[in-house]
Design a protein around this ligand. Sequence first.
Ligand code: MG
Length: 479
Amino acid sequence: MPVQPAFSVPSIPFILFLAALLAGPVGYAQEAPATRPPNVIVVFADDLGYGDLGVFGHPTIRTPNLDRMALEGQKWTQFYAAASVCTPSRAGLMTGRLPIRSGMASSVNRVLFPDSHGGLPASEVTLAEQLKAAGYATGMVGKWHLGHQPEYLPVNHGFDDYFGIPYSNDMDLTRKLTAASGYWELWTREYKNLTPADFNVPLIRDTEVVERPADQRTLTRRYTEEAIRWVRDHKEGPFFMYLAHNLPHVPLFASEDFLGSSRRGLYGDVVEEIDHGMGLLLEMLREEGLDQNTIVVFTSDNGPWLPTEISGGTAGMLREGKGTTWEGGMREPTIFWGPAYVRPGVVMEMGSTMDLLPTFSAMAGVPLPQDRILDGVDLTPVLAGNGKSARNTMFYYRGSELYAVRLGPFKAHFITEAGYRRDTREEHGIPLLFNVEEDPSERFNIAEAHPEVLEAIRKLTAEHRAKMVRKPDQLKDRG
Ligand code: MG
C-alpha cells in the first residue's frame, strides 16, 4: 500500500540518526530478532511424495498454506531424506548422521516393529539434545519410530515433552488377512472400509499410553492442536518443536471436515488436512509475534508408498518411490520459512534432513559434537541467501548397503532394486550413471560417455567406505 509522505525527503544525516535510534543502544544489539537463537519448528510428513503438494506440481491436491509458505520462504528442489524408509530416515534427521552409523539402518529389518527390542542408542546426540544445551525448551508431537521401549522414547532423547504414536500407524494390525486380502490388497481394495480399530496403535504422552487404539480419524487435527498449544506455552522461547505427522502413511484417515474435500480422493483429503494444520501453525506464530524469530521447515521422511496404489502418493517426475534409492525414494518436497532468517526463493542447491542438526546448532550457537563423524552440513548461508550449499554429495543406503552415490549433478547406481520386490535386485558391474539435474527422472544412462565421473565417484565411495564406523544393528532383534 503506498504511503503519503508527511514531510519532504529527509536529509542523509537525519536518516542516519533515525537508523541509530531504531537500532537502539549498543548493549541491546542481541535483542534484534535475526541475531538471537531462533525458535525452531520441524514438520515431518510420512510417505508424502515429491509431487504431492500444489507448489510441487500436484494438479488436484490443494495446499494453499504450504504454497504460501514456499512463496514467503524457500522451496528446495534437491533436498533429501537420510533414507527411503521411516526408521533410518528419522535417525538421520535426529542425529545429523547417516543412519548406518548409529545402527539404525539394517538389511534384516528395514524399520522397527512393535516387537523390536532396539532403538536409537543413548550415545547418539540428537537435535533436541543439541538445542537443549543452548537453553531451548524441546517438545515433540507425532511419530517417533526410533524405539518405543521406554529408554528410547523422545523424553529420553532430549525432548521435555512427547505426545504421539511411537511407530507407524499401520502396525499392530488386528485384522486377519485372508489370501484374497493380502497386505497390498488391504490398502488398494479395502482401504475405505478400514477403521482405527483395525490398528491397535498406542497414543503415548511422555511414556504413558493414553489411548489405544489411537483414534486415527482425528490424529492429524489433534497433533496440530497439540503442537500449537505447546508452542503457545513456550512462546517466551527459545523453543524447538518437532511435529512428525503419522499421515499420509497408510492407513489413511481424515477428520469429518476434510473427508471428500479433495479431488484426489482420501489421500488428497489427508494431505489437505495436514496443509490446513500448517496454516493454523503459521497463523498462530504471526498472532503471537513469533514470526520474526522462528524458522519452520516442512519436509517428508521418504517417498510415496507405491505398492499401495491409489492409497499412496506420487513422486511426480522422479523415478520410483519409498523403499528405493531412486530419486523418488529419497528426494522430498521441502520448504524453509522464517522471514528473519530465510531469503525467499527457489533453491536448487543440495540439502538433506541430516543438515538440520548442524544448521540449527549454528543458529543456536551450540558447538557440534567433536567425537564422531557428522554427515550434515550447515545450510545457514543458503538460507540467508548469501552462499552455496556445502553439500556436494549424497550417499544412498538401502538397509546397511550402499546402493548409490551422488557427486554434484551426477549419480551412480551400484545396485538397483524396486521398493518391495526382492527379485528385482540388480548389481551393476559398470554402475548406471545419471545427471540428475539434466535428467531428474533418471532415464538416460550416461555411464559410457563419462568414465571420468565414474572414476571420481568410485574414489569418493572408497574413501567413504574406508572411514565408515558402524554401530551394532539396532533393528534386527525382534520377538
Ligand atoms: Mg515413511
